[in-house]
Design a protein around this ligand. Structure first.
Ligand code: SAM
Length: 335
């Protein structure tokens, strides 16, 4: 039996990440009760009642509401959104959201129909740990190739400031200290490139709004670091090629590189979106002895500890060397 919309929302509200966001809890649980009571959520969400489990319906719905808040169309709800300065109690968010839904039913439906598109720069915190390790093991400059790069923001990682340990002190994108001792002197990136079947151009207002809406409305630190990275991407963009991972890697790994360096293929929270056959191709392509792969993907086992950062390459364990654990959005990290 497929889950009802209410069950999907309640299940999502119980994920560890969502449990850390009182606003998401209030919205998802409020919407679930409204659905069970036959309320306004039926008018907005009925077309998505049969969506497959991995389609992130609750996150698409939350992004639709946040977008109305960010564009000034939901002032009563904005009072509950710290990303726009709101300080009202999260408990009052659902009644406000319901009023917005009653007024903006068609637009919420249309916006919820858009796929979830995020680019979380916090994931460069584990990336930095991984790159430092590849640089330490190889002693070589690095060619960074990102699959599932979205707007390409994470390819700008060396323009971000990590705590007080690394990066330009005046960077508008400020991230936490990785909290793990790192030798960063050897990290030298000589080439960077990315692919995504649905790339976003961070200079485009619509793309910026889409990425900003996908951050949860009470996660101000995430929202600010995204705005900082978007600001920088206006002048330092790394273009992301419109292509799937396997097709792109087939070409890129055999390219004549513009500079000599060790290829490092990096991906964060991408695997679940890629067809299993294509993923097997990615694994085969990156198993070449000259290629390193950094994987930041949730472990499939239920109850696994955080998101592991795994390094695959010459001399690593066949399942990858686990260098650290983090959260779905990157920090905090632990060994
Ligand atoms: C959750 S986002 C993560 C984006 C980015 N890696 C990050 O950490 O912020 C997943 C990305 O995977 C991309 N994607 C989906 N199918 C893909 C494929 N076959 N090959 C490469 N990327 C894919 C999506 O378009 C989306 O941008």
């Amino acid at each position: 039996m497929p889950l009802t919309v209410a069950e999907v929302f309640r299940e999502n509200a119980d994920h560890p990440a969502e449990r850390s966001s009182p606003l998401m809890q209030a919205l998802l649980l409020g919407a679930a009760s409204d659905w069970d009571a036959g309320g306004i959520t039926h008018a907005a969400l009925q077309p998505f009642a049969g969506d497959p489990p991995g389609s992130a319906l609750p996150l698409r719905f939350a992004a639709a509401l946040h977008r109305l808040v960010l564009t000034g169309r939901a002032p009563e709800l904005a009072e509950h959104y710290p990303t726009v300065g709101g300080a009202a109690d999260p408990e009052g968010a659902w009644p406000a959201a319901r009023r917005v839904l009653e007024r903006e039913t068609e637009d919420v439906q249309q916006l919820t129909g858009q796929p979830c598109q995020t680019n979380e720069v916090g994931r460069t915190v584990p990336l930095l740990v991984g790159l430092a390790e590849v640089a330490r093991r190889t002693g070589e400059p690095l060619r960074l190739l990102e699959i599932g790069a979205s707007a390409g923001l994470n390819l700008l990682f060396d323009r971000f400031r990590f705590g007080e340990v690394w990066g330009p002190p005046d960077s508008p994108c400020r991230l936490p200290d990785p909290g793990i001792p790192l030798d960063l002197d050897g990290v030298r990136v000589v080439e960077r490139a990315g692919c995504d079947p649905a790339p976003l151009d961070p200079r485009d207002d619509e793309a910026r709004l889409r990425l900003s809406s996908s951050v949860w409305g009470d996660q101000v630190a995430r929202f600010r670091r995204l705005q900082g990275a978007l600001q920088m991407a206006g002048s330092h963009r790394v273009p992301v090629e419109r292509a799937g991972a396997a097709e792109w890697l087939t070409r890129r790994l055999d390219d004549q590189p513009s500079a000599q360096g060790v290829p490092v293929v990096w991906h964060s929270i991408v695997r679940t979106y890629v067809d299993p056959d294509e993923w097997r191709q990615v694994e085969a392509l990156t198993a070449r002895p000259d290629v390193w792969r950094l994987s930041y993907e949730p472990a499939p086992e239920p109850g696994a500890r955080g998101v592991p950062l795994r390094l695959f390459g010459s001399g690593t364990d066949p399942a990858g060397d686990v260098l650290a654990h983090g959260t779905g959005h990157g920090p905090p990290l632990s060994r």
